[in-house]
Design a protein around this ligand. Structure first.
Ligand SMILES: [Zn+2]
Length: 275
C-alpha cells in the first residue's frame, strides 16, 4: 500500500506529520508527499502576493525555491515527492483575470465559486483509478481554514466517499478550530506515539523550508522549539502526532465543536492507523 500524504503547500505535510512519515519510512512503507498547490505563477501578482514574496525573500519566482526546499526535506525522510502544479490560492484568478483571493481575509474566508469543484478534479487525478486497497490518504483537517487547506480537506472527504482509507491530520502552525467546514462531521482522534528519533527527523527535514521559516517562526531556533513543544507526551521520551477519522453525522448540523485541540474524542488505540 502506498501512503499519500497530501500537502496543500510545500511545507504542510512535513510540518504537520513529518514524524509519522519518518516512522513509516523506518518500516519500509512507501510514502509520497504530494503537494497540491505547487504551480508556478506569473505576474501580475496581487499586492498581497508581492508583500509575501518580500517576506519569503524569493523575489518574483517563489515556486522554484520552494520546490527545491521540498525536494531536500523529503530526501531527509527518504520519501518521494510530487506536485500537481495547481496555482495556490494566492495566485488563482477568475476567467476575467481578477484575483480570487486578493488579501488575507479572503484567503481564510469562503471558497470562491470558481474553486467549488476543484477538490473533485484533484482527488480523481491523484487517485488515478487505483484500487481502494492500494492507497491510504492523509489530508489536512483545515484548522485555520486557509482556502487551499479546506479544498484538501474536501479531497479527503471525496476519497472517503469512494471507500479509500483517509486520515485527517491537524495542520501545524494554525490554531483557529472554529471552522465552518467541520459542520456535519464528528471526529475521532487517534494518537500516534512516536520516539524522539522521528521528531528529530521531522525537524531536520522541516529546516529545509527556509523561506517559510522566516515568515512563520522568524528563525530556525524558534521553529525547532515550536516542534519540540507542539506535541510532547508529558514525562516520557515520546512525542505524538494526532490523526482523525470523520463520520458524517448530518448534512447541516452545527457541529464544529466536535473537534478540539484538547483531543476531547481521543481514542484509546495508540498505534498508527497504517501499522
Ligand atoms: Zn499551507
Amino acid at each position: 500500500m502506498k501512503h499519500v500524504v497530501v500537502s496543500p503547500h510545500f511545507d504542510d505535510a512535513i510540518g504537520s506529520c513529518g514524524a509519522t512519515i519518518s516512522r513509516l519510512r523506518r518500516h519500509d512503507e512507501e510514502v509520497v508527499v504530494q503537494t497540491i498547490f505547487g504551480g508556478t505563477p506569473s505576474p501580475p501578482y496581487s499586492e498581497f502576493a508581492l508583500r509575501l514574496h518580500a517576506v519569503w525573500g524569493s523575489a518574483d519566482f517563489p515556486v522554484p525555491t520552494r520546490l527545491e526546499e521540498d525536494k531536500r526535506a523529503c530526501a531527509v525522510l527518504g520519501c518521494a515527492h510530487g506536485s500537481l502544479g495547481i496555482l495556490e490560492g494566492l495566485y488563482r484568478n477568475s476567467a476575467e483575470g481578477a484575483h480570487l483571493y486578493p488579501d488575507e481575509p479572503s484567503l481564510f474566508g469562503p471558497i470562491a465559486s470558481e474553486d467549488h469543484d476543484l477538490h473533485v478534479v484533484t482527488s480523481r487525478e491523484l487517485a488515478g483509478g487505483a484500487a481502494i486497497s492500494d492507497l491510504c490518504f492523509y489530508v489536512p483537517l483545515g484548522v485555520g481554514h486557509h482556502v487551499d487547506h479546506v479544498i484538501a480537506f474536501r479531497m479527503g472527504l471525496e476519497w472517503a466517499r469512494l471507500g479509500y482509507s483517509v486520515w485527517f491530520y491537524r495542520d501545524f502552525f494554525y490554531t483557529d478550530w472554529d471552522c465552518p467546514h467541520f459542520g456535519g462531521h464528528r471526529g475521532r482522534a487517534l494518537v500516534q506515539r512516536l520516539p524522539a528519533i522521528d521528531l528529530e527527523q521531522k525537524v531536520k527535514a522541516f529546516l529545509h523550508y527556509r523561506s517559510q521559516i522566516r515568515m512563520l517562526f522568524g528563525d530556525a531556533a524558534s521553529a525547532v522549539s515550536y516542534f519540540a513543544g507542539a506535541n510532547p507526551r508529558r514525562g516520557r521520551s515520546h512525542f505524538q502526532e494526532v490523526f482523525w477519522q470523520l463520520d458524517r453525522i448530518s448534512p447541516d448540523a452545527g457541529s464544529r465543536k466536535v473537534f478540539s485541540p484538547g483531543l476531547g474524542h481521543r481514542d484509546s488505540r495508540a498505534d498508527h492507523p497504517a501499522k
